[in-house]
Design a protein around this ligand. Structure first.
Ligand SMILES: Nc1ncnc2c1ncn2[C@@H]1O[C@H](COP(=O)(O)OP(=O)(O)O)[C@@H](O)[C@H]1O
Ligand SMILES: NC(=O)OP(=O)(O)O
Length: 325
Protein backbone atom coordinates (compact mmCIF):
# COMPACT_ATOMS: atom_id res chain seq x y z
CA UNK A 1 0.00 0.00 0.00
CA UNK A 2 1.43 3.43 -1.00
CA UNK A 3 2.14 5.86 1.84
CA UNK A 4 -0.29 8.78 1.80
CA UNK A 5 1.36 12.20 1.75
CA UNK A 6 -0.45 15.54 1.66
CA UNK A 7 1.46 18.46 0.13
CA UNK A 8 0.35 22.06 0.70
CA UNK A 9 1.60 24.63 -1.82
CA UNK A 10 1.86 28.19 -0.47
CA UNK A 11 0.01 30.88 -2.43
CA UNK A 12 3.02 33.21 -2.17
CA UNK A 13 5.33 30.50 -3.53
CA UNK A 14 3.31 30.60 -6.79
CA UNK A 15 3.67 34.36 -7.20
CA UNK A 16 7.00 35.38 -8.69
CA UNK A 17 9.10 38.19 -7.30
CA UNK A 18 9.97 41.32 -9.29
CA UNK A 19 6.39 41.89 -10.42
CA UNK A 20 6.27 38.65 -12.44
CA UNK A 21 2.86 37.76 -11.09
CA UNK A 22 0.66 37.34 -14.17
CA UNK A 23 -1.48 34.23 -14.58
CA UNK A 24 1.10 32.88 -17.07
CA UNK A 25 3.96 33.44 -14.60
CA UNK A 26 1.92 31.56 -12.01
CA UNK A 27 1.43 28.64 -14.42
CA UNK A 28 5.23 28.50 -14.89
CA UNK A 29 5.67 28.29 -11.10
CA UNK A 30 2.95 25.61 -10.91
CA UNK A 31 4.73 23.57 -13.63
CA UNK A 32 7.99 23.75 -11.65
CA UNK A 33 6.21 22.50 -8.51
CA UNK A 34 4.50 19.74 -10.56
CA UNK A 35 7.95 18.36 -11.46
CA UNK A 36 8.74 17.91 -7.75
CA UNK A 37 5.33 16.37 -6.99
CA UNK A 38 5.81 13.92 -9.90
CA UNK A 39 9.18 12.95 -8.35
CA UNK A 40 7.34 11.93 -5.17
CA UNK A 41 4.74 9.96 -7.12
CA UNK A 42 7.59 8.16 -8.95
CA UNK A 43 9.08 7.31 -5.54
CA UNK A 44 5.85 5.44 -4.76
CA UNK A 45 3.90 7.94 -2.63
CA UNK A 46 0.17 8.48 -2.95
CA UNK A 47 -0.13 12.28 -3.06
CA UNK A 48 -2.91 14.73 -2.20
CA UNK A 49 -2.22 18.36 -3.13
CA UNK A 50 -3.65 21.44 -1.43
CA UNK A 51 -2.78 25.06 -2.13
CA UNK A 52 -3.05 28.58 -0.78
CA UNK A 53 -4.62 31.61 -2.43
CA UNK A 54 -3.55 34.56 -0.22
CA UNK A 55 -2.14 36.75 -3.03
CA UNK A 56 -4.59 35.53 -5.69
CA UNK A 57 -7.81 36.00 -3.67
CA UNK A 58 -6.71 39.54 -2.79
CA UNK A 59 -6.06 40.30 -6.47
CA UNK A 60 -9.51 38.93 -7.39
CA UNK A 61 -11.26 40.92 -4.66
CA UNK A 62 -9.49 44.12 -5.74
CA UNK A 63 -10.36 43.53 -9.43
CA UNK A 64 -14.01 43.23 -8.44
CA UNK A 65 -13.87 46.36 -6.25
CA UNK A 66 -12.21 48.42 -9.01
CA UNK A 67 -14.78 47.25 -11.61
CA UNK A 68 -17.50 48.26 -9.15
CA UNK A 69 -15.92 51.66 -8.37
CA UNK A 70 -15.20 52.49 -12.05
CA UNK A 71 -18.15 51.13 -13.99
CA UNK A 72 -20.63 50.00 -11.34
CA UNK A 73 -20.32 46.28 -12.07
CA UNK A 74 -21.86 44.23 -9.25
CA UNK A 75 -19.01 43.33 -6.90
CA UNK A 76 -18.03 39.75 -6.17
CA UNK A 77 -18.49 38.53 -2.57
CA UNK A 78 -15.21 37.38 -0.96
CA UNK A 79 -16.50 33.80 -0.65
CA UNK A 80 -16.99 33.66 -4.43
CA UNK A 81 -13.50 35.11 -4.94
CA UNK A 82 -12.22 32.16 -2.86
CA UNK A 83 -14.19 29.67 -4.99
CA UNK A 84 -12.79 31.30 -8.15
CA UNK A 85 -9.19 30.96 -6.95
CA UNK A 86 -9.85 27.35 -5.99
CA UNK A 87 -11.04 26.61 -9.52
CA UNK A 88 -8.38 28.74 -11.26
CA UNK A 89 -5.34 27.47 -9.34
CA UNK A 90 -6.74 23.91 -9.16
CA UNK A 91 -7.08 23.94 -12.96
CA UNK A 92 -3.44 24.97 -13.39
CA UNK A 93 -2.13 22.33 -10.95
CA UNK A 94 -4.36 19.65 -12.52
CA UNK A 95 -3.15 20.46 -16.04
CA UNK A 96 0.52 20.73 -15.04
CA UNK A 97 0.45 17.39 -13.17
CA UNK A 98 -1.46 15.63 -15.97
CA UNK A 99 1.11 16.86 -18.53
CA UNK A 100 4.09 15.97 -16.30
CA UNK A 101 2.74 12.45 -15.64
CA UNK A 102 2.10 11.90 -19.33
CA UNK A 103 5.63 13.13 -20.24
CA UNK A 104 7.17 10.64 -17.78
CA UNK A 105 4.83 7.76 -18.58
CA UNK A 106 3.38 7.78 -15.04
CA UNK A 107 0.00 6.06 -15.09
CA UNK A 108 -1.89 8.41 -12.72
CA UNK A 109 -5.04 10.44 -13.18
CA UNK A 110 -5.57 13.82 -11.53
CA UNK A 111 -8.80 15.39 -10.22
CA UNK A 112 -9.57 18.67 -8.46
CA UNK A 113 -12.41 18.66 -5.95
CA UNK A 114 -14.19 21.96 -5.34
CA UNK A 115 -14.14 21.76 -1.57
CA UNK A 116 -16.42 23.45 0.94
CA UNK A 117 -15.01 23.73 4.43
CA UNK A 118 -17.34 24.23 7.37
CA UNK A 119 -16.58 26.92 9.92
CA UNK A 120 -18.57 28.12 12.93
CA UNK A 121 -20.67 31.25 12.49
CA UNK A 122 -19.66 32.12 16.07
CA UNK A 123 -15.92 31.86 15.39
CA UNK A 124 -14.36 34.91 17.11
CA UNK A 125 -11.97 35.31 14.14
CA UNK A 126 -14.85 36.87 12.14
CA UNK A 127 -14.47 39.92 14.40
CA UNK A 128 -10.67 40.04 14.27
CA UNK A 129 -9.30 39.84 10.69
CA UNK A 130 -5.81 38.27 10.51
CA UNK A 131 -5.41 36.67 7.08
CA UNK A 132 -3.15 38.71 4.74
CA UNK A 133 -4.37 38.79 1.13
CA UNK A 134 -3.27 40.44 -2.11
CA UNK A 135 -0.25 42.63 -2.75
CA UNK A 136 2.40 43.94 -0.38
CA UNK A 137 2.48 47.73 0.19
CA UNK A 138 4.83 50.21 1.85
CA UNK A 139 3.60 51.86 5.06
CA UNK A 140 2.97 55.09 3.10
CA UNK A 141 0.92 53.31 0.47
CA UNK A 142 -1.10 51.51 3.17
CA UNK A 143 -1.80 54.80 4.98
CA UNK A 144 -2.94 56.46 1.71
CA UNK A 145 -5.26 53.53 0.94
CA UNK A 146 -6.71 53.65 4.45
CA UNK A 147 -7.72 57.29 3.91
CA UNK A 148 -9.76 56.21 0.88
CA UNK A 149 -11.08 52.96 2.44
CA UNK A 150 -11.30 53.52 6.23
CA UNK A 151 -12.75 50.02 6.79
CA UNK A 152 -9.67 48.24 5.37
CA UNK A 153 -7.26 46.76 7.92
CA UNK A 154 -3.54 46.33 7.18
CA UNK A 155 -0.84 44.36 9.01
CA UNK A 156 2.91 44.13 8.57
CA UNK A 157 3.68 40.71 7.03
CA UNK A 158 7.01 39.13 8.09
CA UNK A 159 9.23 42.05 7.09
CA UNK A 160 7.88 41.93 3.51
CA UNK A 161 5.55 44.95 3.68
CA UNK A 162 1.94 45.77 4.59
CA UNK A 163 -1.05 43.73 3.43
CA UNK A 164 -4.82 43.90 3.78
CA UNK A 165 -6.28 41.31 6.14
CA UNK A 166 -9.64 39.52 6.08
CA UNK A 167 -11.36 37.24 8.64
CA UNK A 168 -9.98 33.71 8.86
CA UNK A 169 -12.20 31.33 10.88
CA UNK A 170 -10.85 27.90 11.86
CA UNK A 171 -11.96 24.93 9.73
CA UNK A 172 -14.11 22.36 11.58
CA UNK A 173 -15.10 19.89 8.83
CA UNK A 174 -14.31 19.14 5.17
CA UNK A 175 -17.71 18.76 3.51
CA UNK A 176 -16.42 16.72 0.53
CA UNK A 177 -14.08 14.43 2.54
CA UNK A 178 -15.81 11.22 1.38
CA UNK A 179 -15.48 12.19 -2.29
CA UNK A 180 -11.79 12.96 -1.71
CA UNK A 181 -11.25 9.59 0.03
CA UNK A 182 -12.98 7.69 -2.81
CA UNK A 183 -10.77 9.37 -5.41
CA UNK A 184 -7.61 8.58 -3.41
CA UNK A 185 -8.72 4.94 -3.05
CA UNK A 186 -9.29 4.80 -6.82
CA UNK A 187 -5.66 5.87 -7.39
CA UNK A 188 -6.21 9.54 -8.28
CA UNK A 189 -3.82 12.33 -7.33
CA UNK A 190 -6.38 14.65 -5.74
CA UNK A 191 -6.22 18.44 -5.46
CA UNK A 192 -8.49 19.67 -2.65
CA UNK A 193 -9.19 22.39 -0.05
CA UNK A 194 -7.64 24.98 -2.39
CA UNK A 195 -7.31 28.38 -0.73
CA UNK A 196 -8.24 26.73 2.58
CA UNK A 197 -11.59 25.66 1.09
CA UNK A 198 -14.71 27.67 0.35
CA UNK A 199 -15.90 28.75 3.84
CA UNK A 200 -19.45 27.65 4.66
CA UNK A 201 -21.61 27.62 7.81
CA UNK A 202 -24.52 25.33 8.70
CA UNK A 203 -27.89 27.13 8.76
CA UNK A 204 -30.67 26.24 11.28
CA UNK A 205 -32.33 24.07 8.58
CA UNK A 206 -29.06 22.11 8.17
CA UNK A 207 -28.10 23.63 4.81
CA UNK A 208 -24.70 25.07 3.93
CA UNK A 209 -24.26 28.77 3.23
CA UNK A 210 -21.10 30.57 2.04
CA UNK A 211 -19.51 33.20 4.31
CA UNK A 212 -17.03 35.96 3.48
CA UNK A 213 -13.65 34.84 4.82
CA UNK A 214 -10.41 33.13 3.79
CA UNK A 215 -9.55 29.98 5.74
CA UNK A 216 -5.88 29.39 6.38
CA UNK A 217 -4.87 26.61 3.98
CA UNK A 218 -2.38 25.18 6.50
CA UNK A 219 -5.17 24.59 9.04
CA UNK A 220 -7.51 23.20 6.36
CA UNK A 221 -4.71 20.95 5.06
CA UNK A 222 -3.96 19.66 8.55
CA UNK A 223 -7.68 18.87 9.10
CA UNK A 224 -7.90 17.09 5.73
CA UNK A 225 -4.69 15.16 6.52
CA UNK A 226 -6.31 13.97 9.74
CA UNK A 227 -9.62 13.09 8.04
CA UNK A 228 -7.94 11.02 5.28
CA UNK A 229 -5.36 9.52 7.72
CA UNK A 230 -2.32 10.84 5.84
CA UNK A 231 1.04 9.72 7.19
CA UNK A 232 3.05 12.82 6.30
CA UNK A 233 2.07 16.48 5.96
CA UNK A 234 4.39 18.58 3.80
CA UNK A 235 4.01 22.36 3.72
CA UNK A 236 5.92 24.06 0.89
CA UNK A 237 6.59 27.75 1.17
CA UNK A 238 9.17 30.45 0.34
CA UNK A 239 11.92 29.13 2.65
CA UNK A 240 13.77 25.79 2.58
CA UNK A 241 13.77 25.55 6.39
CA UNK A 242 11.99 27.09 9.36
CA UNK A 243 14.27 29.33 11.41
CA UNK A 244 14.54 30.59 14.93
CA UNK A 245 15.49 34.27 15.28
CA UNK A 246 14.20 34.67 11.70
CA UNK A 247 15.59 37.75 9.96
CA UNK A 248 18.04 38.49 12.80
CA UNK A 249 21.84 38.18 12.69
CA UNK A 250 21.63 35.02 14.87
CA UNK A 251 19.03 33.34 12.58
CA UNK A 252 19.32 29.54 12.73
CA UNK A 253 17.66 27.07 10.35
CA UNK A 254 16.00 24.05 11.99
CA UNK A 255 16.60 20.54 10.70
CA UNK A 256 14.79 18.03 12.93
CA UNK A 257 12.68 19.06 15.93
CA UNK A 258 10.25 17.40 18.33
CA UNK A 259 6.73 18.55 19.15
CA UNK A 260 7.90 19.77 22.55
CA UNK A 261 10.80 21.78 21.11
CA UNK A 262 8.43 23.31 18.57
CA UNK A 263 5.99 24.32 21.33
CA UNK A 264 8.85 25.93 23.24
CA UNK A 265 9.85 27.97 20.14
CA UNK A 266 6.21 29.09 19.77
CA UNK A 267 6.24 30.33 23.38
CA UNK A 268 9.49 32.19 22.64
CA UNK A 269 7.74 33.94 19.70
CA UNK A 270 10.02 32.69 16.90
CA UNK A 271 7.26 32.33 14.29
CA UNK A 272 5.53 35.30 12.67
CA UNK A 273 1.73 35.56 12.95
CA UNK A 274 -0.12 35.26 9.61
CA UNK A 275 2.87 33.54 7.91
CA UNK A 276 4.99 30.90 9.71
CA UNK A 277 2.94 30.61 12.93
CA UNK A 278 -0.17 29.07 11.27
CA UNK A 279 2.07 26.49 9.54
CA UNK A 280 3.57 25.52 12.89
CA UNK A 281 0.19 25.42 14.67
CA UNK A 282 -1.30 23.33 11.85
CA UNK A 283 1.70 20.97 12.06
CA UNK A 284 1.23 20.53 15.81
CA UNK A 285 -2.52 19.86 15.33
CA UNK A 286 -1.70 17.13 12.78
CA UNK A 287 0.98 15.48 14.95
CA UNK A 288 -1.28 15.52 18.01
CA UNK A 289 -4.02 13.78 16.00
CA UNK A 290 -2.12 10.68 14.85
CA UNK A 291 0.04 12.29 12.12
CA UNK A 292 3.58 10.85 11.99
CA UNK A 293 5.71 13.63 10.52
CA UNK A 294 5.57 17.14 9.14
CA UNK A 295 8.05 18.63 6.68
CA UNK A 296 8.23 22.38 5.97
CA UNK A 297 10.38 23.30 2.97
CA UNK A 298 10.40 25.02 -0.44
CA UNK A 299 8.98 23.28 -3.53
CA UNK A 300 12.46 22.66 -5.04
CA UNK A 301 13.52 20.64 -1.99
CA UNK A 302 10.47 18.30 -1.97
CA UNK A 303 12.21 15.15 -3.22
CA UNK A 304 15.25 15.59 -0.96
CA UNK A 305 13.02 16.54 1.96
CA UNK A 306 10.89 13.40 1.78
CA UNK A 307 14.16 11.42 1.90
CA UNK A 308 15.24 13.42 4.99
CA UNK A 309 17.97 15.33 3.09
CA UNK A 310 16.33 18.78 3.28
CA UNK A 311 13.65 20.84 5.00
CA UNK A 312 12.56 21.18 8.63
CA UNK A 313 11.16 17.93 10.01
CA UNK A 314 8.81 17.99 12.99
CA UNK A 315 8.33 14.54 14.41
CA UNK A 316 5.57 13.03 16.54
CA UNK A 317 6.86 11.82 19.90
CA UNK A 318 6.95 8.12 18.88
CA UNK A 319 8.84 8.95 15.65
CA UNK A 320 11.45 10.88 17.70
CA UNK A 321 11.98 7.76 19.81
CA UNK A 322 12.55 5.71 16.62
CA UNK A 323 15.15 8.23 15.41
CA UNK A 324 16.91 8.13 18.80
CA UNK A 325 17.11 4.30 18.92
N1 LIG B 1 10.57 31.66 11.82
C1 LIG B 1 10.49 31.71 10.48
N2 LIG B 1 11.23 30.87 9.72
C2 LIG B 1 11.17 30.92 8.37
N3 LIG B 1 10.37 31.77 7.68
C3 LIG B 1 9.61 32.63 8.37
C4 LIG B 1 9.62 32.65 9.81
N4 LIG B 1 8.75 33.61 10.24
C5 LIG B 1 8.23 34.16 9.14
N5 LIG B 1 8.72 33.60 8.01
C6 LIG B 1 8.30 34.02 6.66
O1 LIG B 1 7.09 33.34 6.41
C7 LIG B 1 7.03 33.00 5.03
C8 LIG B 1 5.99 31.91 4.84
O2 LIG B 1 4.70 32.48 4.98
P1 LIG B 1 3.80 32.89 3.72
O3 LIG B 1 4.64 33.45 2.61
O4 LIG B 1 2.70 33.72 4.25
O5 LIG B 1 3.25 31.47 3.34
P2 LIG B 1 2.72 30.80 1.99
O6 LIG B 1 3.95 30.25 1.30
O7 LIG B 1 1.84 29.72 2.54
O8 LIG B 1 1.99 31.83 1.20
C9 LIG B 1 8.45 32.61 4.70
O9 LIG B 1 8.71 32.65 3.31
C10 LIG B 1 9.23 33.67 5.49
O10 LIG B 1 9.38 34.84 4.69
N1 LIG C 1 -5.64 30.52 2.15
C1 LIG C 1 -4.30 30.57 2.47
O1 LIG C 1 -3.90 30.24 3.59
O2 LIG C 1 -3.47 31.05 1.48
P1 LIG C 1 -1.89 31.29 1.57
O3 LIG C 1 -1.25 30.00 1.94
O4 LIG C 1 -1.53 31.71 0.18
O5 LIG C 1 -1.66 32.38 2.57
Amino acid sequence: MEKLVIVAIGGNSLVRENGRDSVNDQYEAVCETAVHIADMVEEGYSVVVTHGNGPQVGFGLRRSEIANELVGMPSMPLVNCVADTQGGIGYQIQQALTNEFSKRGINKKVATVITQVEVSKDDPNFLNPTKPVGSFFTLNQAEEMKKEHPDWIFIEDSGRGYRRVVPSPKPIDIVEKDAIKSLIESGFVVIAVGGGGVPVVKTPDDSYMGVDAVIDKDFATSLLAEQISAETLIITTGVSRVCINFGKPNQKALDKISVNETKQYVLEDHFAKGSMLPKIEASLNFLENNGKRVIITDPESLKDAINEQAGTHILAHSECLKVAL
